[in-house]
Design a protein around this ligand. Structure first.
Ligand code: 13P
Length: 391
């Protein structure tokens, strides 16, 4: 299990002068290409899923593959929701296995941005999950994602950044200092003085969106000013597109698998270039030795019921599965009946929390309290309840 806490990962990068790549993925080819490159380079990596891309795939189907890839990896991995649009999508992402959340309310007025972000931070921190906020606005210029970021650039100011971070308690801050989402037109002018001032004032890992198209020396300067996470997508999409066009030109009769051959490798080559450039190569071992693995907790209850029929017990369990699985930090709710007729306890709940912090936030969550007090505890007096840290 090489899933790690993203906060520990980014603070390691921040204190050791390198940046971790957060690569947005839209298919299994992207996922495998990113992981292959990080493994080759012995580098930490962030598997990033942008909410605006959920129209291309079903996030509920893709996340199990992303979690499996992270668990199988030998390098430190975090799974991140990029540009989350609401608290509901942040909860969904955490419950599907994301252990980092970016909430993008950067287009809102400062006070609204603070309010929305604060609500997400409270929810996510109660699940042990760190949050990236964004202040200022990074627009799109050209490329397949550019239209998703309409409007004019708005630069992050030091005063607002201090205010925002103090009031929201975000763990990382995405700043706007001249980068754009999508392809660059010419060499962008980045405001490094502003960035250094923000870094001096905040002393927390900073994030750059719109990594595509920056020059090698710009990346070095960004990292020198506290940037510890670089978001990168358009270049990967362009490399994949180029590979498909090359395949089609070589043989116009190719089908799907022929046309998509080589995409994984093309992405992997570009990700490796970024990893080496941003200084995260060969950091995996040290980072793994310094941070605790990200491990779920199993909340196990075994119980007998009194005063209700088997059918009513089944209905109660079905209601529980529906209600409890929506509580932040709950990865899975399983109910069961004893296989042996003479078992001491006839029923079970097995609820998987993403992090030990959820033991407390789940216990006091209003939906859990209401379910437990009205539907469960009155009929299940005879029960044993234990939380297990699992690996
Ligand atoms: P690019 O598409 O410009 O690389 O930016 C990606 C990004 O910032 C995703 O959040």
């Amino acid at each position: 299990m090489a899933l790690v806490n993203m906060k520990e990962m980014l603070y390691h990068a921040y204190h050791n002068g390198y940046a971790v790549g957060a690569f947005d993925l839209v298919s299994l080819d992207f996922l495998e290409g990113i992981i292959d490159a990080a493994e080759r380079c012995h580098a930490p990596v962030i598997l990033s899923l942008a909410e605006s891309h959920f129209e291309y795939f079903d996030i509920e189907l893709v996340m199990p593959a992303v979690v499996a890839a992270a668990k199988r990896a030998t390098i430190p991995v975090a799974i991140h929701l990029d540009h989350g649009e609401s608290i509901e999508s942040a909860v969904q992402a955490i419950n599907l296995g994301c252990n980092g959340i970016m909430l993008d309310s950067s287009q809102q007025a400062l006070t609204d941005n603070i309010k929305t972000t604060r609500a997400v931070v409270d929810m996510a921190h109660a699940c042990g999950v760190p949050v990236e906020g964004e202040l200022g606005y990074v627009p799109g210029v050209e490329g397949e994602d550019a239209e998703r970021h309409p409007g004019e650039v708005s630069y992050t100011t030091v005063t607002e950044a201090k205010d925002y971070v103090t009031q929201t308690e975000v763990d990382f801050l995405a700043v706007s200092i001249g980068t754009v989402h999508g392809r660059m037109q010419g060499k962008p002018k980045l405001d490094f003085i502003r960035l250094q001032e923000i870094n001096d004032a905040l002393a927390i890992p900073l994030v750059i969106h719109g990594g595509t198209g920056l020059s090698d020396d710009q990346f070095q300067q960004l990292i020198g000013c506290g940037v510890s996470k670089i978001n990168y997508y358009t270049s990967l999409a362009d490399k994949a597109g180029l590979q498909i066009r090359d395949n089609a030109n070589t043989n116009p009769h190719l089908g799907y698998t022929g046309l998509t051959t080589g995409i994984r490798n093309a992405i992997s080559v570009e990700v490796e270039r970024c990893i080496r450039l941003w200084g995260s190569a060969n950091r995996a071992e040290e980072l793994l030795s310094q941070c605790a693995p990200w491990m779920p907790v199993e909340h196990l209850i075994i119980y007998n019921v009194d005063g209700i029929t088997e059918q009513q017990a089944n209905t109660m369990m079905q209601q529980g599965r529906e209600i409890l699985s929506t509580i932040p930090g709950v990865l899975e709710v399983v109910t069961g009946h004893a296989v042996q007729d003479d078992a001491s306890y006839r029923y079970t709940w097995l609820i998987r929390f993403c992090h030990p912090a959820v033991i407390e936030s789940y216990r006091t969550h209003p939906e859990h309290v209401a379910f437990a007090d009205t539907l469960f505890r009155p009929v299940a007096g005879e029960r044993i309840s234990i939380d297990y840290q699992t690996s």
